[in-house]
Design a protein. Structure first.
Length: 672
């Protein structure tokens, strides 16, 4: 089988202290993970005799990559890193090498490898280039196969061509660099199974062939598969590649979608061995991620290579295959999670309404995953059982939430939809709801509301505000920065999405329905407060402190231009203008973005809206300091206003048929 090793980035046993992840109970009926036969499958770590680096910082030399301590790091010169930076490892009396594993630093990101070249030299041979590899500045470990086994290697060189850095040019850093020889027992797998996932026997394999297998662990696995008793549901799956969320986030000027597109339905128990067999990885670097159930979306990733993979779970948690690439178009990877407890997950692409109760009732872990077309959800198993009678309806609704917000901001129209899913996650502690990188989080106390389809849609309620929260947090993810989220708008323009979703789903909007006292009237609402405190007070829009009052003019543009004048593309086109217009320099006063928004709104509406924006204080001079997740100055000058008005006047737009600065949800018909 040696001639087939070029297909696999190889197999490994990782039992190092680097593994900070979690898992739960591993079930394996035919043997125990502590078996010597499993140890025989583990690859053999080969230690270099010497290492040198072309650039290093004092105290952070290449020896730190070989000390077995993942808390220490090699780092290139802090003051004078010039690429390429070459790390060279020498070997003596080494018969074979099959692959290396690069472990990035655990804390900080400076020096994460991006593009690298790898060279090798065998005894009596010439220096040979293995190839170029793009590690993408990832925090995840990367495994690089030597293709076919290197015989008598004497030198391996990793030439780092680029790396992550806050100095503008980048650095090179590394926690550990490990080198492995594949075990003879592991290689035996490829004589029996169709691929490294060890999930299907080769055609013609007989009982007699299986009896000849020397490794009892592999023998038992083969026997169970041949006899049909191996529980392959959830354990054996093909996992698709998805485009890394950073890519569309950058293109769309938004925050990032999730990293939970590939739930496994398996969890592991703290301290137990996790054994995973993997098929062809197609030259990619997939990992298995164990979620720490008590720490938002934190956990630990372990590299996966074709064939046998083993590591010890440091805590209990659900597992996910992390397989993100530049395009998301790479072939699927087959994975056989041989140990761990089946928890299951619900997928609206392959499960029915009737499957929901059956799968959920069998779940034994604290959390449970649901996967939709556009959303993934991880909430408490007990909450699902108590609140959700129809999981299909729930995930379909969250799919609709994601789609509706994308459609509102023109991502559907302009074919710029995200190529993975938004992730909704239960969290603990003081946080109520929030939007964070790669997820939106919801305190466990909110589950009774946000998992209830009737509450979210307002079914059976005269007025329902429950959907505002998830729409608000996802609105933060979709907030298009900085052109639609200038300083002072962090809790404002995301609520365009909340108002849109609440109105679309329930028929009523919080701005109209939420009661408050204004000028002694306890039956007033947010519109009346905004009219009195912004329009009548003639103050600059961004000077007001209430984000809901500041939302009113943005929502009025929707009510009048879209609902009355039928300019259905207004916000879609406006968002696209922001996405496709280069941002000002970082140091630019954010008042310039407010002026830009006024011009974009007029252009998208094909109307001169200056009187509307004057009424709402967008075109009122202001020079203030705003604390909006950070303190900075916000200025709009007379000169900026004059320029904006002149630019709009030069377009020759007509005025809107009516002054709509006082329009509300309940007065739309009056303006028709």
């Amino acid at each position: 089988m040696r001639n087939k090793l070029h297909l696999i980035p190889v197999i490994a046993c990782f039992l190092t202290s680097f593994m900070l992840a979690a898992q739960e109970k591993l079930i394996l009926s035919y043997t125990t993970p502590e078996s010597d036969h499993i140890n025989l499958l583990s690859d053999i770590k080969i230690a270099p005799t010497k290492g040198t680096a072309s650039s290093s910082q004092s105290g952070y030399g290449i020896d730190k990559t070989l000390d077995g301590d993942f808390s220490t790091i090699y780092h290139s010169s802090h003051s004078n890193t010039r690429f390429p930076v070459t790390l060279t490892y020498e070997f003596k009396n080494t018969s074979e090498l099959d692959y290396l594993v690069y472990y990035p630093r655990q804390n900080g990101s400076n020096g994460y490898f991006k593009e690298v070249e790898v060279y090798y030299t065998v005894s009596g041979g010439q220096r040979t280039k293995l190839g170029n590899f793009d590690l993408k500045g990832s925090a995840n470990p990367s495994r690089i196969s030597f293709g076919s086994t290197l015989k008598n290697p004497v030198k391996i060189e990793i030439k780092v061509l680029s790396g992550v850095g806050d100095n503008g040019t980048g650095y090179a850093s590394c926690a550990e660099m490990e080198f492995y020889k594949m075990s003879d027992s592991a290689k035996e797998m490829f004589d029996i199974f169709t691929d490294g996932s060890c999930s299907k026997l080769k055609p013609g394999i007989t009982d007699s062939d299986i009896k000849k297998i020397s490794n009892s662990y592999i023998k038992q696995l083969a026997q169970d598969i041949k006899s049909g008793v191996y529980k392959s549901e959830f354990r054996v799956q093909e996992y698709s590649a998805y485009q890394h969320p950073d890519i569309m986030s950058k293109s769309n000027k938004t925050s990032t979608y999730g990293l939970r597109d590939n739930p496994t339905g398996i969890y592991a128990t703290e301290g137990e061995d996790v054994i995973i067999f993997v098929g062809d990885t197609h030259g990619q670097n997939p990992t298995i991620f164990i979620q720490n159930p008590d720490d938002k979306i934190s956990g630990t990733s372990y590299p996966l290579g074709t064939g046998f993979n083993r590591f010890k779970a440091p805590f209990a948690g659900l597992m996910y295959v992390i397989y993100y690439t530049e395009t998301g178009e790479e072939s699927a990877i087959k994975v056989n999670i041989n140990t761990g407890t089946i928890n299951g997950y619900f997928d609206n692409q392959k499960h029915t309404k009737e499957d929901w109760s059956k799968i959920l009732s069998a779940a034994t872990f604290k959390h449970f995953d649901i996967k939709g077309n556009y959303a993934t959800m991880t909430f408490e198993t007990s909450a699902y059982r108590k609140i959700v009678s129809d999981g299909l309806a729930l995930i379909n609704l969250y799919d609709q939430l994601v789609y509706d917000e994308q459609e509102f901001m023109g991502l559907v129209k302009y074919k710029k939809r995200y190529k993975n899913r938004a992730h909704f996650q239960v969290v603990y502690g003081n946080a109520y709801m929030y939007s964070g990188g790669n997820h939106t989080g919801y305190n466990a106390n909110t589950q009774s509301s946000i998992l209830d389809v009737n509450k979210l849609t307002g079914t059976g309620y005269n007025y329902a505000e429950y959907v505002w929260g998830p729409a608000h947090e996802l609105g933060h993810t979709h907030q298009t920065r900085p052109g639609l989220a200038w300083h002072g708008m962090a809790e404002v323009t995301n609520n365009l999405h909340s108002a849109y979703i609440q109105t679309k789903w329930t028929g009523k909007c919080r701005l109209q329905e939420e009661k408050m006292t204004v000028n002694g009237n306890p039956n007033s609402n947010r519109y009346q407060k905004a009219f009195v405190e912004i329009i009548d007070a003639k103050i600059p829009h961004n000077e007001h402190k209430d984000p809901f009052c500041k939302l009113v003019p943005f929502w009025q543009l929707k009510l009048y231009l879209i609902d009355i004048l039928g300019k259905t593309e207004f916000y879609k086109d406006l968002y696209e203008m922001v996405r496709t217009t280069p941002d000002f320099s970082y140091a630019t006063n954010h008042g310039a973005y407010q002026m830009q928004f006024v011009e974009f709104a007029c252009k998208s509406a094909n109307l001169d809206l200056t009187e509307f924006f004057e009424a709402w204080g967008f075109l009122t001079p202001v020079n203030i300091t705003i604390d909006d997740y950070g303190v900075r100055n916000f200025t709009v000058t007379e000169a900026m206003i004059a320029t904006t008005k002149a630019n709009i006047a030069a377009k020759g737009y007509s005025k809107p048929p009516k002054d709509f600065s006082r329009i509300t949800d309940n007065t739309v018909n009056y303006y028709k």
